[in-house]
Design a protein around this ligand. Structure first.
Ligand code: CP
Length: 305
């Protein structure tokens, strides 16, 4: 693995290796850091869109692996506001000896242009690309499902919310397909229905009652208002919540041992009720803990070469 940009670039054995290594980190309470793998190495974290979980957990992961320096790039305080391009920014930080770049961007051409221009030793890890890809979120979601359910083959998994604008949904669907998951159901109002060519092997239903029936896992998603064009908007958040909020009543349509997931940030009272978000079936904070382990495993796999 040279870069990590899309889960569809990985095979089942590569994903299993990352999940197993992440579980090792968790089981050892993060004490096995593979001999300070990142000792004498520096990584740079460049976020051009807001983040809490992904940004913080990559920094924790790099520190736990013994990184010498973790450069946290604050766009508003950087020279990009003086007109420097992102490519020049990366080339300059690369010249300081940094080998790994963790990047979140809304620009779907950025990674291609970086790959054409960076040194061959430099590694890129996507921390979220527009509405297209969020590979480490997909991996931590797979780990959270595996921990609760053991395997993927016989599961019915619902992803409910603004699927059309969700990079989380795309990466998770890619990962679930690679892991041969039994059934993946996408539930959303028609206006958040994705291009189904981007979700091969999944089923779309607009009706949450039908979609949630007998599910083992429900992944709820935020309405991505920042990505919705004004001409697309038709449904108010109140109308959305009325029909699609995961409430106790809706959760009862799923299997009794179903787990509830959410990538965060949560909009409580919109896509999920407080009772469900904080309830005993919720693994939302476990997903966050898993995020650190997954990012340690990804950094290990990429930087050990
Ligand atoms: N799940 C996720 O990507 O959260 P952040 O936007 O806070 O990183």
């Amino acid at each position: 693995m040279k870069h990590l940009l899309y889960l569809k670039d990985l095979n089942q054995s590569q994903i299993n290796k990352i999940l197993d290594l992440s579980q090792e980190y968790l089981d050892s309470n993060f004490s096995n850091n593979h001999g300070n793998l990142l000792q004498n190495q520096s990584v740079a974290s460049l976020f051009f869109e807001p983040s809490t979980r992904t940004s913080a957990s990559f920094q924790v992961a790099a520190k736990r692996l013994g990184a010498e320096t973790v450069i946290f790039f604050d766009e508003d305080k950087s020279s990009t506001i003086k007109g420097e391009t992102i490519l020049d920014t990366v080339k300059n930080i690369e010249a300081m000896g940094v080998r790994a770049f963790i990047i979140r961007t809304g620009d779907i051409d950025l990674f291609d242009s970086l790959i054409e221009n960076i040194n061959k030793e430099t590694c890129l890890i996507s921390a979220g690309e527009s509405s297209i890809s969020h590979p480490t979120q997909g991996l931590l979601d797979l780990l959270s499902i595996k921990q609760s359910k053991g395997s993927f083959e016989n599961l019915r998994i619902a992803i409910m919310g603004d699927i059309r604008h969700s990079r989380v949904a795309k990466s998770l669907a890619e990962g679930l397909s690679i892991m041969n998951t039994g059934k993946v159901v996408l539930i959303s109002p028609e206006e958040f229905r994705p291009d189904m060519n981007e979700f091969p092997g999944t089923e779309y239903v607009a009706d949450p009652i039908r979609g949630l029936n007998d599910c083992d896992v429900v992944v709820t998603l935020r309405v991505q208002e920042e990505r919705i064009e004004s001409h697309e908007s038709g449904m108010s958040l109140e109308d959305y919540a009325e029909k699609y909020q995961l409430t106790i009543d809706k959760l009862e349509l799923c299997k009794p041992d179903a787990i509830v997931m959410h990538p965060g940030p949560i909009n409580r009272g919109v896509e999920i009720s407080n009772e469900v978000a904080d309830g005993k079936q919720s693994v939302i904070l476990k997903q966050v803990e898993n995020g650190v382990a997954i990012r340690m495993a990804v950094l290990t796999e990429i930087l050990k070469q």
